[in-house]
Write a protein that binds this ligand. Structure first.
Ligand code: NAP
Length: 246
C-alpha cells in the first residue's frame, strides 16, 4: 500500500486523445495517475514515461472497460500500487457509425458495452471506497451527441445520453457522501476518433462551429482539471464545443 500523500487519479483510455491529455494534465496538477487502455502497449509505455518525468507515480494497465472483472482488477491493482482513488475519469470510448437501417447488432452492442457499461463498471468499482472516505470525484466523458443526437450515430448517441443520465443519478445518490459526479460533453476534438473524417465532413463541421476550429484534447483536459477542484459542482454536464450547439 502506498504512503504517498498525493491524490490518486484513475483515467480510462489514457493512451490516446482526451484520455492521454487528461493523464498528463492531472499528473502536472500533482496527482499520481493510473490509466488503462485497450490494445496499444507501446502508446501506454510512452505515456508512462512522460508522466514519470513529471515526478509523480504512474501505473498503466491493459483492461477492457466493457469487462467488469477486468475493471475490478484495474481498480484493485491501482489501489494496491498508488492508494485509494480520489478521482476517476472515464474517457475510454469507441464509435461504430452507421445509419440505423444498416446497423449491425454487434456494432450497437459493442458501442453500448464500451461507452456505457464501461462507465458503469468503473464507477461501480471506485465509489464504495469513496463513500467510506466521504470524498471523491467522478468525471464521465459524454459527448454533444448524447445531448442533441448525431445522424448515423444512434448507437453512440444512445451510449452518451446514457452516460449523462447515469451521471446525474449518481450525483444525487452519492452527494451526501461527499462524492461529486459530473459529465463533460465535447464537440469535435482533434483525436484519432475524428482523424477519419473526410475533408468534406471536416470542413462542414468547422463551418458549423462559431469558433471555426476543432477543439484540442488538452482543452478538454483543462475542463477535467477544473472539475476536480470545483467543490460545489455536481450533476453538471459541461459542454465544450466551440459553440457548435447553442
Ligand atoms: P481516441 O483518441 O480514439 O482514444 C480512445 C482511447 O480509449 C484509447 O486510449 C483506447 O485505448 C481506449 N479504449 C478504447 N476502447 C477501450 C476499451 N474497451 N477498454 C479500455 N480502453 C479503451 O478517443 P478520444 O477521441 O480521445 O475520445 C475519448 C472520449 O471522448 C470517448 O469517450 C469519446 O466518445 C469522447 N468524445 C470524443 C470526441 C471527439 O471528437 N474526439 C467528441 C466527443 C466525445 P488503445 O489506445 O489501447 O486503443
Amino acid at each position: 500500500m502506498s504512503d504517498s500523500t498525493r491524490k490518486v487519479a484513475l483515467v480510462t483510455g489514457g493512451t490516446r486523445g482526451i484520455g492521454r491529455a487528461t493523464v498528463l494534465r492531472l499528473a502536472r496538477d500533482g496527482h499520481d495517475v493510473a490509466f488503462c487502455y485497450a490494445s496499444r502497449p507501446d502508446s501506454a509505455a510512452e505515456v508512462e514515461k512522460e508522466v514519470a518525468e513529471l515526478g509523480v507515480r504512474v501505473y498503466a494497465h491493459r483492461a477492457d472497460v466493457s469487462d467488469p472483472d477486468a475493471v475490478r482488477a484495474l481498480v484493485a491493482e491501482t489501489e494496491e500500487r498508488l492508494g485509494v482513488i480520489d478521482t476517476a475519469v472515464t474517457s475510454a470510448g469507441i464509435v461504430r457509425d452507421q445509419a440505423l437501417l444498416m446497423m449491425a447488432d454487434e456494432d450497437w452492442q459493442q458501442v453500448l458495452r464500451v461507452n456505457l457499461d464501461g462507465t458503469y463498471h468503473v464507477c461501480r468499482s471506485v465509489v464504495f471506497e469513496m463513500m467510506k472516505r466521504k470524498s471523491g470525484c467522478v468525471i464521465n466523458i459524454s459527448s454533444v451527441a448524447g445531448v442533441y443526437g448525431h445522424a448515423t450515430q444512434t448507437n453512440y448517441s444512445a451510449s452518451k445520453a446514457g452516460i449523462i443520465g447515469f451521471t446525474k443519478a449518481l450525483a444525487k445518490e452519492v452527494g451526501r457522501y461527499g462524492i461529486r459526479a459530473n459529465a463533460i460533453a465535447p464537440g469535435f476534438i482533434e483525436t484519432d476518433m475524428t482523424a477519419g473524417l473526410s475533408d468534406k465532413v471536416r470542413e462542414q463541421a468547422i463551418r458549423g462551429i462559431p469558433l471555426r476550429r476543432l477543439d484540442r484534447p488538452e482543452e478538454v483536459a483543462d475542463m477535467v482539471s477544473y472539475l476536480v477542484g470545483a467543490e460545489y459542482v455536481t450533476g453538471a454536464v459541461l459542454q465544450i464545443d466551440g459553440g457548435l450547439v447553442v
